[in-house]
Ligand binder design. Structure first.
Ligand code: AMP
Length: 282
């Protein structure tokens, strides 16, 4: 696989492809790749002529220094996986290549980043917005692929793309899960065997709440039951469990037929923070 480490190298590599009229698909990642990431790659390969994956653990989107430090970085394994899965280029910049200077720009996403992740991870979406803007400007992709796993991130990037006229076609990819329902995540690697089993509590509670809602149960009663389930587990701590409009992540307390809703959750399994969501009514 062709590794590009600098902005200049990207520009040089993309130039002939643009001249040939090839479409470029970007798959942004922070590495520690799993089948979720690979499904984005697969989608890109079927839809874009050229696929470029980026691996960059973006420091500015981590609000917790320990989380950044402990973020897994199995770079050789990642490169091998990308090669095996037919990626054309990997953009693998150093932090100093992306941030030669401190970024002072602050992006206000309005109501979008005041809830869910935005409420609990101060500055997170500002960091996401800045790095995605940089990637879009450096790579100039035609298409960019993002997972539904990070539903709020998708809403943020849709707004960024629209309000700043990037003109990138955003492609949303379904969440890939382990057999027992746990959403694949790079952070799952940090779970002990015992905690890995406990981690299915997120998916179990999401599925339970979805069934309750679809059978007409009251949202607040459902949320109460979920909160109590978490309280019975000393090594799990629920951060939020919210019913939202899937497109705008606006919090609601009931569902209607004319709109798509999702339940979004974040929880700590011991010290590892996991997020997940389920769409209620496609
Ligand atoms: P990350 O490396 O965690 O920043 O994720 C990179 C991209 O992969 C994001 O668009 C995520 O939404 C997506 N992604 C992460 N986990 C999954 C999953 N289990 N299924 C599908 N996409 C995922």
């Amino acid at each position: 696989v062709n590794i590009l480490r600098t902005k200049t190298a990207v520009k040089e590599a993309m130039k002939p492809l643009l001249q040939q009229g090839k479409t470029i698909g970007l798959v942004p990642t922070m590495g520690a790749l799993h089948e979720g990431h690979l499904s984005l790659v697969e989608k890109s390969k079927s839809y874009s002529d050229i696929t470029i994956a980026s691996i960059f653990v973006n420091p500015t989107q981590f609000n917790n220094p320990a989380d950044l430090e402990k973020y897994p970085r199995p770079i050789e394994k990642d490169l091998k996986l990308l090669e095996e899965n037919g990626v054309d280029f990997v953009f693998l910049p150093e932090v100093s290549e992306i941030y030669p200077d401190e970024v002072k720009l602050k992006i206000d996403f309005g109501e979008l980043d005041k809830v869910l992740e935005g409420e609990f991870r101060e500055g997170h979406f500002n960091g996401v917005g800045v790095v995605v803007s940089k990637l879009f400007n450096i790579i100039r992709p035609d298409h960019a692929y993002f997972g539904q796993k990070d539903l709020q991130q998708l809403a943020i990037i849709r707004r960024l793309n629209h309000d700043l006229s990037f003109g990138v076609e955003l492609v949303q990819v379904d969440t890939i899960r382990e057999q027992d329902g746990l959403a694949m995540s790079s952070r799952n690697m940090r779970l002990s065997k015992e905690d890995r089993l406990l981690a299915t509590i997120l998916y179990r509670c999401l599925s339970f709440a979805k069934d309750e809602l679809l059978s007409g149960k009251d949202w607040f009663e459902t949320k109460d039951k979920v909160t109590r389930r978490f309280m019975d587990e000393p090594n799990a701590r629920l951060e939020y469990f919210e019913l939202v409009k899937a497109c705008t992540v606006e919090k609601v307390s009931q569902i209607t037929d004319d709109e798509t809703y999702a339940i979004c959750t974040a929880a700590y399994i011991r010290e590892v923070r996991l997020i997940d969501n389920l769409i209620i009514n496609d």
